[in-house]
Every structure is written in C-alpha cells, then in structure tokens.
Write a protein that binds this ligand. Structure first.
Ligand code: 9PG
Length: 791
C-alpha cells in the first residue's frame, strides 16, 4: 500500500490487490473505493481480460516539473501476465491544482501480436458492457463502489457528446440517456462506436469527460481525459442508488500491439467539482488546453459574418453569393460583417472537390477574390473525409474507401439523401489527397476561413489499412497534417468533428446541432417522432449545446454556436428568435447570419446590429448541472461606464410563464438596490429586495437584464444600441453638473439610452421615467459625443 496526496485528493494504491481508491477532500464529492483497471485484448481468435492477481512492483515516488506545474508521480508495474503483457500505471498529483492524473502503459514482451480492446482506467461496480465479468463465486471478487458521502444524495450525470453536433447536458438519475432513435440511419454521425448508448433509466454514457454529481449536496466528481491524441475516451455510469457503477476507458479500437511494442493512454483525470462555483469545470478544461499546447486564454478574433447554408442549403450559385455580398457591403456601415462563407453546394459532388457545380461556372477562386475586393474575408465549406457514393473519387479509388470486415463500405451516415462513404485516412496517399483538398481551397483559391465538416468520417469504426493506430490517433494526425499544410494564418472551423483530437489545431469549433428556422426537430415535415431527437437540426437543439458547452469557449477554441436566423418569415416566434440571439450573444462565440440578406427588414437587421461587435466573453451557465436545458446565465462586464452584470432567464416550457430575476440565485447581494433594464422590451426598474418578477414571458422566450448597483452618482443603465447594454460606451466623465458620454463601438446606429441621474437633466426630448431614470434618444450617425447637464 502507498498513498499520494495533494490539497484536493487522497489516493491510496494497493498494488497487491491491483486496486486503488480515491478520496476527494471536498466533503460533498463522491469518493471511489477499490477501483479496478484492466485491458481487454485479443490474441489469436480469443478475447482475454488482463486484470486480476498480477505481480506488482512499485517505483520510488518522484517530483517532476510539467506544464501542469510540479507533479508528484509514482509508477506501479503489474505483470507480465502469461501472454507477456505488462501494465505500468503512473499516478501524478499536481501540487497546486485540484486534479489527479493517471495513465496506463502496456508493454508487450510476449511472442504473438495482440489487439487491444477497452483499456479500462477506472471501474467501480459492475457494468456488463465493460466485459469485466465478476465471478460471483470467485475468491472474494471486489467490485468497488462510488459513494456520495452526504445523506440524501440526488445523483445526476453531465454527459458530453462525441462530436460538434451531439447532445451535451445533465440528466438526473430517474431520467434516461438522451439517445437518437434513428441510430441505424444516422448513428455514424452521432455516436462514437466505442461509447454505449444506454437505454435504462439512470444509466448514462459520455465522451472524453463527464461529471457525476449530487444535486442535493452540490458536490461532484469530473472524470475524463486530458487529451484524445492516443485514443477516444468513453465513460459509462449507473446512477441508480441501488446499482451504482462507473467506468472510464480508452478505446483501443482493436489496434495491434506487436511483440516488443508498447502503447500508452492519454492522461486520465479526476477533478472534484463544487456545483455552485461559477467556473466549476475550469481546472479540468484549462488542464486540457495546456495539455494540447494552448495558452491560458484563446484570444483569437471572434468570426462575424454570413453563411449561405440556412437560407439556400445546397441551392447556391455564384450569383446568390454575389447578391448577398453586395447587400452586406451596402449595409456595412450599420451591420459590420467580416466573413462571407460559402457553404455546401459549390462543388460538383461531395468528394469531388476539384470540380464545380454548374452554378459556379468560374470555380471558387474568382468568387473568393471578389469577396476580398469588397473588403470581406472569403470562407469556404469542405468535407474532406466523406464521399458521396456517386462521386467520381468513389468510382476512381475504390481502395480508398473505408470498409468493414466483410469488405463492404462503411456507412458514414444518411446525408444528402444517400448512405455516404468515408475515406480511409490511415493510408498516406489518401490523407495526402484530403490534405491537398484543404490546402488548395486556401492557398490556390484564396479562402482564409475554412469550415471543415463531417470530420467524424475520419474516425468511424472499420478496418483500416493501418491497424496499429487508434481512430483518435489517425484523426489527430490528419488534423495536424491539415494545419501544417494551410499554415497558422488560416482560420480553421471544425464541424461534425469529434472534439478531443481537434483541440489545439482548430481556431473555432461548432459545438452544437444545426440551427433551423423552427423550434423542435422535424424531418420531411413531421415533428411528432423527431421532437425528442437530441441532436437533429432545430433551434432548440442548437441552443442546448451552445449553453452547455459555453465553458469551452476561449479555452479550447472559439465556440461556433451556429447561425442566427432572424428572417421574419420563419417558423420561429419572435420570442424564440430573441432567445436564439440572446444565447449567441451571451455565450461569446461567432456571430453568423444565414438569411437572404436582401430580404431582411430593418427591424430584424437591427437585431444583428445589436449583437455586433460580439461580446466575446465566456459566461457562467449557472444551472448547468440542475436542468437538462440550462435556463440561467450570468456574465459580468466592465467598460468605461463601470461594471455591470447581464442576467438571463429563459422560459423553456411550452407555455407562457412568469420568470423572476432572483438576486440570490445569481449570487448578487440582495441587500443592495439595483437599476435594471430589460434588453428586448426596454423596461426599466429599480430592484429592491430579493427578486423582481417578469410576467407572461412567451414560450421559449427570455428575460435579458442589465443590472447595476445603484449609488447616488450618475449611472448608465442600459441602451438598445448593443446587447451588452454598456460596451458601446467608451467614455464616461461625470462632472459637477452633468456627464460627458462617448460612444465608440456602435457607429451607424440610433436608439434609446437610459441614464439614472441625481437631478433632472436639461434639454429637449428627454423622457422622465421617474425614480431618477431618464431616456435619451441618440443618433450615432450624427454624433458620438454627448454632454448631459442638469438644469
Ligand atoms: C452542409 C451542412 C452545413 C451545416 C453542418 C452540416 O443529415 N444530417 O443529420 C445532417 C446533419 C448536419 C448537417 C447536414 C446534415 O449539417 O452542420 O452547418 O454546413 O452540413 O451540408
């Protein structure tokens, strides 16, 4: 027995019993007792489990410097077993972080190659799918357990989807996992083949990381991996209080390990979680960023622009793009877009990226050139790893297509009304082809922003030419080659992309399902059976992950929350459009329009204007662990006009509801009074006491309030100029009988601003709301500096 500890964890390892236990110091976080680790492997035609009763030897502890600061590490060697396999488990506790790391190395000194299945780094309890059969009557088979230390635990699990589009959110122990009902159809696009899709209530799975927590006592434990360079990592958990189990594993993907070879996993990681701390997952997410070579904060520019997909889908033409480009140029003094991104539809066929659709007779280069000459950044969509079965490439290079054991092409998902195919990018010549497709789009055609889509197709299950590398490793390598080929200056947006292997290589990442001009998912006009699909295109599903994955923003990349649809003739109600705009604005990522720009009426265009420039900051999603769809967001802002908070509450029910902004809920001091301005209605209030109620909020609507503590001094209360209700102010100089105000970032707009003043201001056209609140109309096209004087 030995132990390692830091301020957050006490780890004890029992080499003789091949077990370890973990006790978080945090009083309400679950502890792990008698944790098993194991490797499934195939030798010849038989599967084995490398697990029990291995001879152990322990190295001396050592202190090492690392990118995570000083680590106290200790290695234990188990084996070799009868087939010559040895496991080396290295435990590492960072001295100054609330984290615990460990990883496994497998050395093969036997005489026949083996194929690796699940490499289980942690298991407590019995999960049948982990194939670790407990021999009921075996010699005291220790099952292990996880334990919530406090009484009355209400377990829940935060699950992260595999790729960009896939459902992420928290589910309570009486609920069931949010899985697709159409897996046979579109499973490849949605599900990591290594991650189970449980059906039973209280049984959940996750990719890369997940959080097991106690909603009642507010503690939790994050389990995950620091990177996905070696393998895709998966989790499964049983949260039923009567049958608890937990498993974290690296997917070996049946990669071959030759005699004399070795294989190492990415670092597994534990973090104890305070559910009520604003940035609960910060320590883990930051460690992942460091592990993938990223700085503490990704300070890339936030993309702002227009994308062709959600208005035209594949029916685009050079003409349609030019028309929207011209319109964007026309209103650029009011709505300042930067990027014009051509989506799916320019190419002759999915897979044939060197030939063009007849609607693009001159190809992509002249269009990019024209976009640039109008002062915009040209962007192009590509899906370099997926193929239409009728593409020329599929016919010309049948060997490049990923196949299964029977030699049949692997289904890459039902898209574009067909069952698609994937490239086997483990073959150097195939990868070189895919990389060249991307390189050509930037270097030869002049696009500086590339939306690389359907990237999961590079990591499907199948029999690859190279059987020594896992799916994650092959995908990571492909991303590295793409980045090398385009250079550091090109903005790469990942889409349909398994998240882990992309970290550190993409500038921006789609983190949600496609948006749509309707709320619930539908397909061919039907809503009923698709309504509960967790990641089919719909405004609801897009909003879901935009909120639950907000903590990734500026840590792993710039989040792309998909497009803002503001056309008046959609099936989204005005309240739903406002919620979509609120989510996109408050989660800080890309702001992309995707309507026919020539048809947007002024009042809708104004919404786009109000979102620009983007706030860009990462918000707090306050109830991320408490509701499947978070409904409470806070962001703290600071500018020339002081510091303030934006507070949001959503009504995700299907009926009108009353919503209260409760100061305590938002961790604000209820003994102070605050000035509040609701953005979408312009309503102004003084909030005294604990809460303030907004009645009759429409279904799927929201309240977006700017809140500032009241002092006697003159104060900026908010405006309709910018969604932040304050960042538009770049100068604020109170003097004895008034205040001088400068607006910086909002040229070309006009509208109301609200101030709270100690005395009545002099001048025309000022509306007195009482209680010291005054509304002024400003027109920034005419002037941007104002002096307000008291009588
Ligand atoms: C272009 C589009 C857009 C969009 C991407 C991606 O069949 N499906 O389930 C399905 C899911 C997503 C999808 C298309 C089809 O959209 O997210 O922004 O670029 O491809 O084809």
């Amino acid at each position: 027995m030995f132990s390692l500890e830091n301020a957050s964890f006490f780890l004890s390892v029992d080499p003789q019993r091949n077990l370890f236990s973990v006790a978080p110091r945090q009083k309400n976080a679950p502890s792990l007792k008698d944790v098993h680790f194991s490797v499934r492997y195939r030798r010849g035609g038989t599967w084995y489990q490398l697990e029990e009763n291995l001879q152990a030897s322990v190295d001396a502890p050592s202190d090492e410097a690392s990118i995570h600061g000083e680590l106290r590490t200790r290695m234990v060697r188990f084996g070799p077993n009868r087939h010559g396999l040895t496991i080396e488990m290295t435990f590492a506790l960072p001295r100054a972080l609330p984290l615990l790391f460990w990883r496994m190395k497998i050395r093969h000194t036997g005489n026949r190659p083996v194929s690796l299945g699940r490499i289980e780094l942690l298991r407590v309890g019995f999960i049948s799918a982990s194939q670790a059969r407990p021999r009921r009557n075996g010699p005291g088979y220790p099952r292990g357990d996880y334990v919530f230390p406090l009484k009355g635990a209400v377990p829940a699990f935060f699950s992260n989807g595999w790729g960009s589009w896939n459902y992420t959110g928290t589910m309570g122990f009486t609920e069931h996992f949010h899985r697709t009902r159409f897996g046979w159809f579109n499973g490849p696009m949605r599900v990591n083949p290594g991650t189970p899709q449980p059906r039973a209530d209280g049984r959940f799975a996750s990719d890369m990381f997940g959080v097991l927590g106690d909603r009642a006592n507010r503690g939790g434990l994050l389990l995950g991996f620091l990177s996905q360079k070696e393998h895709f990592g998966s989790l499964e958990v049983l949260t039923n209080p009567l049958s608890r189990a937990l498993s974290l594993w690296a997917n070996g993907d049946e990669t071959q390990l030759e005699p004399g070879g070795e294989m190492v996993t990415d670092w597994a990681c534990l973090q104890s979680v305070h559910l009520d701390v604003a940035d609960a997952l910060g320590p883990y997410l930051d460690a992942v960023a460091r592990e993938n070579g990223l700085p503490a904060e990704v300070d890339a520019e936030i993309p702002v622009g227009w994308c062709s997909w959600y208005e035209y889908f594949q029916h685009i033409s050079a003409e349609v793009i030019r028309m929207n480009l011209a319109q964007a140029a026309r209103f650029s003094d009011q709505v300042n877009l930067d990027l014009i991104q051509v989506d799916d539809g320019w190419q002759a066929q999915i897979g044939d990226w060197d030939r063009f659709s007849p609607a693009f007779p001159n190809g992509a280069a002249p269009l990019a050139q024209q976009i640039r000459s109008e002062g915009f950044k040209p962007g192009l969509w590509l899906a370099p790893f997926i193929l239409h079965p009728r593409s020329r490439l599929a016919a010309d290079q049948p060997d490049w297509i990923l196949r299964n054991r029977l030699g049949l092409p692997v289904n890459a998902g039902f898209v574009w009304n067909t069952f698609t195919r994937a490239l086997d990018i483990s073959r150097p010549e195939v990868l070189a082809h895919a990389v060249n497709v991307v390189r050509r789009a930037s270097e030869d055609w002049g696009n500086t922003y590339l939306k690389l889509d359907f990237l999961y197709a590079g990591a499907l299950g199948g029999r690859r030419a190279d059987r020594t590398r896992s799916r994650a490793k092959i995908l990571r390598n492909a991303f590295e080659e793409i980045r090398k080929a385009v250079g550091p200056e090109i903005t790469l947006l990942g889409c349909g992309c398994p998240l882990g292997p992309a970290i550190g290589l993409f500038d921006a990442m789609r983190i949600n399902a496609d948006v749509a001009p309707y709320w619930f998912p539908r397909f061919l006009g039907h809503e009923r059976i698709f309504r509960r699909e967790p990641d089919f295109p719909s405004a609801r599903n897009a909003i879901q992950n935009a909120l639950t994955r907000a903590p990734l923003h500026r840590r792993w990349w710039v989040n792309d929350p998909d497009c803002l649809l503001i056309r008046p003739d959609s099936d989204l109600s005005p309240a739903e459009v406002r919620s979509l705009a609120t989510v996109i604005a408050l989660t800080g990522g890309s702001v992309l329009l995707s309507d026919d720009l020539t048809k947007l009426p002024p009042e809708r265009l104004k919404m786009a204007q109000q979102l620009l420039p983007p706030i860009g900051k990462r918000p707090e999603i306050q109830d991320w662990f408490d509701s499947a769809m978070p409904a409470r967001v806070r962001i703290d802002l600071e500018g020339a006009a002081g510091r303030w908070h934006l507070l949001v509450r959503f009504n995700w029910t299907d009926r009108p509801a009353d919503l209260s902004i409760d100061l305590q809920d938002f961790q604000l001091d209820p003994s102070r009074s605050y000035a509040l301005r609701e953005f979408w209605t312009g309503e102004v209030r003084t909030v005294e006491g604990e809460a303030t109620l907004f009645t009759g909020i429409a279904p799927h609507g929201c309240v977006l309030a700017a809140v500032r503590p009241i002092s006697g001094a003159p104060m900026y209360v908010g405006s309709e100029l910018h969604v932040s209700q304050g960042l538009e102010v770049t100068g604020w100089e109170p003097f004895q009988h008034g205040v001088r105000l400068t607006f910086g970032i909002a040229p070309g707009r006009d509208g109301c601003i609200v101030l709270r003043l100690p005395e009545k201001p002099a001048g025309e056209g000022i509306e007195d709301l009482g209680d010291g609140f005054y509304v002024f109309r400003v027109n920034l096209r005419l002037e941007s500096r104002f002096e307000i004087r008291y009588a």
